[in-house]
Design a protein around this ligand. Structure first.
Ligand SMILES: Cc1cc2nc3c(=O)[nH]c(=O)nc-3n(C[C@H](O)[C@H](O)[C@H](O)COP(=O)(O)OP(=O)(O)OC[C@H]3O[C@@H](n4cnc5c(N)ncnc54)[C@H](O)[C@@H]3O)c2cc1C
Length: 380
C-alpha cells in the first residue's frame, strides 16, 4: 500500500486549509448558534469543486480520487463539522449512488446539478422503527404503470432542510426482507413529498436534519436506482463510502481539538507557568496527536483501497469506528485542557465536543461497525 500523498493531494490539502480558514471558520460558531442551514457555505464549497468530488467530469463532477475527498472533509470539519457532513452527504450518500445506479437518462437532471453544487442532495434510509436494522422499514413503493407511488417517512435526514432531491429506500416486496427493498431518487417537486419535523440537536446543529414525508408520492419509474429488490445492496454500498467521509469528519474534529488545545496550553498560565509545562497536559496532547495520526492513516487506507477498486467495507468500518472514538476522546481531553473555559461557548472546544458524538452514531453506530469488522474476521 502506497499512502504517501501525491504532490497534487498536498496542493489540494493546502488550498483547502486556506479556504476553510478564510471562508468557513469565521461563521462556524454563528451557524452553530443560529442552527440555520449554511447555504452560503454549500455555495462556496461548490465554487471549490467540493460538491461532486468523485463524480466523473462528464457528469458534472470534479473527477477526483477518494484521498482528495478525505482531505476536503477533514479540512472542512476541522473548522465546521456541520459543513463537513453536509458536503460528505452530498458527495457520498447522494451523488455516489445516483452516478453508480441511476439510469443514464435521469442523470442530466438528477446528478449533474448536484455534483456541480447547484442543487443539494440527501439520503433517507432511517425510519422510526428502522435504524440499525433498515430491513425493518415501513415505507412502501408500489408500481403503477410508468410511476411508483411511495408512502412512508424517513427521519433524521441530514441536508433534508435544504435538499432538492433525496435517495430514499422503500419496500417493493413485503414477503422478502432485505431483498424486498428498492432505492429511488425522489425530487422535492414530486407530488406528495414534503418536509416534516425539523430536529433540534446536541451537535452539528445546522446540518438541516428533518423528517421526510411521502404520501402517495408519485415518481417516474425511471427514478428507480438499479433494479427492484437491489435497494439494500445499494444502501450498504453507499454507506461503505459514506463511512470514509465520516471517519474524515471525525479526524477533522479531533485535529481541531488537538490544535486548539496545543495553542491554549501555551498561553494559559497557572502557578506562574504555562500549563503546557505540566507533564499531565503534555501527556494528554501526546495521546491526542498519536490517535489523530492513527485515525487519519486508517482513513487514508480505506480511501486508498477504494481508489484501487478493491473491496473496502472492512477498512471503512475500522476507520469510522476508530476515528469517531478518537474524536470523542480528543474533544473530552480538549475540554479538560481548557478547564472551565472549555465548557463555555466563548471557545470552540465545547462545539467540537458536541459535534464529535454523532460520528459514533450515524452511518452505522460503533456497535454496528464492530459487527461488520467481526463478520469479516469470522467468515471462512
Ligand atoms: C444527527 C444525525 C443525522 C443523521 N442523518 C441521517 C441521514 O442523513 N440519513 C439516514 O438515513 N439516517 C440518518 N441518521 C440516522 C442514523 O443513521 C441512525 O440514528 C443510526 O443508524 C442508529 O439508528 P437508531 O438511532 O434507530 O438507533 P438503534 O438502531 O435503535 O440503536 C440503539 C442502540 O442499540 C445498539 N444496537 C442496535 N442494534 C444492535 C446490534 N445488533 N448489536 C449491538 N447493538 C445494537 C446501537 O448501536 C445503539 O447503541 C442520522 C442520525 C443522526 C443522529
Amino acid at each position: 500500500m502506497d499512502i504517501v500523498l501525491s504532490k497534487e493531494n498536498e496542493l489540494i490539502r493546502q488550498s483547502l486549509r486556506e479556504f476553510a480558514a478564510r471562508e468557513i471558520a469565521p461563521k462556524a460558531a454563528e451557524y452553530d448558534r443560529s442552527r440555520e442551514f449554511p447555504f452560503e457555505n454549500f455555495r462556496k464549497c461548490a465554487e471549490m469543486n467540493l460538491t461532486g468530488m468523485m463524480v466523473s467530469e462528464s457528469q458534472g463532477g470534479a473527477g477526483m480520487d477518494t484521498i482528495s475527498y478525505v482531505l476536503a472533509i477533514e479540512e472542512l470539519s476541522r473548522v465546521c463539522a456541520s459543513t463537513g457532513v453536509i458536503i460528505s452527504v452530498n458527495n457520498s450518500l447522494y451523488c455516489h449512488p445516483v452516478e453508480k445506479f441511476a439510469r443514464e437518462e435521469i442523470k442530466k437532471n438528477l446528478l449533474a446539478p448536484f455534483a456541480r453544487g447547484e442543487k443539494i442532495g440527501c439520503f433517507g434510509l432511517s425510519e422510526p422503527d428502522a435504524g440499525s436494522d433498515p430491513s425493518n422499514m415501513r415505507t412502501t413503493a408500489v408500481r403503477d404503470g410508468d410511476h411508483y407511488l411511495l408512502n412512508g417517512s424517513k427521519i433524521f435526514v441530514t441536508n433534508g432542510l435544504g435538499a432538492d432531491a433525496a435517495v430514499v429506500f422503500a419496500v417493493t416486496d413485503a414477503t422478502s426482507r432485505h431483498k424486498g427493498i428498492s432505492a429511488f431518487v425522489v425530487e422535492k417537486g414530486n407530488s406528495g413529498f414534503r418536509i416534516g419535523k425539523q430536529e433540534r440537536k446536541l451537535g452539528i446543529t445546522c446540518s438541516g436534519s428533518v423528517e421526510i414525508i411521502m404520501e402517495d408520492c408519485k415518481i417516474p419509474a425511471t427514478q428507480l436506482l438499479g433494479k427492484e429488490g437491489e435497494g439494500f445492496k445499494i444502501a450498504m454500498n453507499t454507506l461503505d463510502g459514506g463511512r470514509i467521509g465520516i471517519a474524515a469528519q471525525a479526524v477533522g474534529i479531533a485535529r481541531g481539538a488537538l490544535e486548539e488545545s496545543t495553542r491554549y496550553s501555551q498561553e494559559r498560565k497557572q502557578f506562574g507557568k504555562k500549563i503546557s509545562d505540566f507533564q499531565a497536559i503534555q501527556f494528554m496532547l501526546a495521546d491526542m496527536a498519536t490517535e489523530v495520526d492513527a485515525a487519519r492513516l486508517l482513513t487514508y487506507r480505506a480511501a486508498w483501497k477504494k481508489d484501487q477498486g478493491e473491496r473496502y467495507s472492512l477498512e471503512a468500518a475500522m476507520a469510522k469506528l476508530f476515528a469517531s472514538e478518537v474524536a470523542m476522546r480528543a474533544t473530552t481531553k480538549g475540554i479538560q485542557i481548557f478547564g472551565g473555559y472549555g465548557y463555555m461557548n466563548d471557545y470552540p472546544m465545547e462545539r467540537f465536543f458536541r459535534d464529535a458524538k454523532v460520528t459514533e452514531i450515524y452511518e452505522g453506530t460503533s456497535e454496528i461497525q464492530r459487527i461488520v469488522i467481526a463478520s469479516h474476521l469470522l467468515k471462512d
